[in-house]
Design a protein around this ligand. Structure first.
Ligand SMILES: [Zn+2]
Ligand SMILES: [Zn+2]
Length: 110
């Protein structure tokens, strides 16, 4: 797979796949990838949506994400578990997301 590492925007994925698929195929396969959890969506805020394709995190669907405020890269942090808080009686968690915002290693060093 060519898209490993940091999470990409839909536009970046489209650019990488350009020439391989036509528009319709792209949207169809994009949705299929998401439904099959081969690709996961990370919503940092409504204007920052990224998609990660990283086989190493598939076994750990509940992992934290890191958003760098400098380079605006989004990374999967599969070594950091997401802890579900204790909820009042009658409440159940179906999904939880942890998005950490800060400065990544490469931006911190420069
Ligand atoms: Zn950075
Ligand atoms: Zn991830």
């Amino acid at each position: 797979m060519l898209l490993v590492g940091r999470a990409l925007s839909e536009q970046e994925i489209r650019d990488q796949l350009q020439g391989h698929y036509d528009r319709t195929t792209f949207y169809r396969s994009f949705k299929t990838l998401e439904e099959n959890r081969l690709l996961h969506k990370i919503v940092v805020d409504p204007s920052i949506v990224r998609y990660a394709i990283d086989p190493s995190v598939f076994e750990n669907p509940e992992h934290a994400h890191f958003y760098c405020v400098k380079c605006q890269h989004v990374l999967c942090l599969d070594a950091i578990p997401v802890h579900n808080p204790a909820l009042p009686a009658g409440f159940f968690i179906k999904e939880s997301e942890l998005i950490l915002k800060g400065v990544c290693k490469s931006c911190g060093e420069s």
